[in-house]
Design a protein around this ligand. Structure first.
Ligand SMILES: C[S@@+](CC[C@H](N)C(=O)[O-])C[C@H]1O[C@@H](n2cnc3c(N)ncnc32)[C@H](O)[C@@H]1O
Length: 290
């Protein structure tokens, strides 16, 4: 898969192509779902995968940051063990992120937990756009974990620029490391993923989060953009699906989306507490499509 839930730059097997196609509904993505290729053709095809990769997003124009573009899995190879499972870089559309975050927040309304108690962790923070968007909300802390050294450096620079422009004083940190080596802070956690890596790593991540949640108060939620490995999360029974929606991008996001997409699928999950009458309200309804 690449970062947008599409077949990886030519490492896709038929099952991952099938999954990507099940989860992706824009015509741009459908076009990509219908083709597979060879590694040697990856770079030549990059403009086709992300024809709009050079567009300047209004977010960056407004804040003077550099969060846009597309980088293929090959572009991001830096010698890490997990490089082979990296799906590449592109940033979430702010309109999609804000709607997804609001919907997740609505699931807290009937519970005793408050957003202010949650630490937001972006697994695969890239250039940090989602971190900056998360910092618009009063999370206890905002943390990004990024495998690629150069992207982590850009994210830190973006945070400095964004804080200067917005005069925000929120805590935002970027750690340059493999998400699987990350020492998780205490719950409550909102773990955010924008299809950073392949299902094998999602499975390992889910196992870690489940043991963290089971050993503490259990408050671990996931917000998963382009959820190519959604089944991996739910199949062992530790996480339940709160909602799953196709979220429409606003016009600015559509125009600057590297893939020329008009919407993104997002799914929210919650650690399934084992305790009778546990901490969480059960979801009452699926969020309708945006
Ligand atoms: C699609 S980008 C998402 C960027 C950002 N989270 C957003 O939504 O705007 C996924 C990022 O995950 C990073 N990544 C991939 N595998 C990783 C790993 N094992 N540990 C940490 N980061 C990883 C990639 O380098 C890439 O920057």
């Amino acid at each position: 898969m690449n970062a947008h839930g599409e077949p990886a730059a030519f490492r896709a097997d038929s099952f991952s192509v099938f999954l990507a196609c099940q989860l992706s509904f824009t015509s741009a993505i459908i076009e990509k779902c219908s083709s597979k290729g060879e590694d040697a053709h990856a770079l030549a095809r990059a403009p086709k995968i992300a024809p709009n990769r050079n567009a300047l997003h209004p977010f960056d124009r407004k804040y003077g940051t550099d969060t846009g573009g597309y980088l293929s899995p090959d572009d991001l190879r830096g010698g890490a063990t997990s490089d082979a499972m990296n799906n590449g870089y592109s940033a979430v559309g702010p309109s999609v992120f804000r709607v997804a975050c609001r919907r997740w927040r609505e699931t807290l309304l009937s519970s005793t937990s408050r957003l202010e108690a949650y630490t937001f962790v972006d697994v695969g923070a890239g250039k940090g756009r989602a971190l900056l968007l998360a910092a618009e909300s009063p999370f206890r802390k905002v943390i990004g974990v990024e495998l690629n050294e150069e992207l982590a450096r850009i994210a830190r620079r973006n945070i400095i620029i964004w804080k200067r422009t917005t005069r925000s004083r929120g805590k935002i940190r970027v750690l340059e490391q493999d998400a699987l080596d990350f020492r998780w802070p205490r719950a409550p956690l909102l773990v955010y993923l924008n299809n950073p890596f392949e299902c094998e790593l999602v499975e390992k991540l889910a196992a870690r989060l489940a043991s963290l949640a089971a050993s503490g108060p259990g408050l671990v939620d996931l917000l998963y953009v382009n959820p190519a490995c959604a089944d991996t999360l739910t199949k062992n029974g530790n996480f339940e699906l709160l909602w799953n929606a196709q979220i429409q991008m606003d016009e600015a996001d559509q125009q600057a989306d590297p893939y020329g997409a008009a919407s993104d699928r997002v799914a929210a999950f919650r650690f399934r507490t084992q305790r009778p009458g546990g901490n969480f309200p059960r979801p009452t309804a699926r969020a309708p499509a945006a």
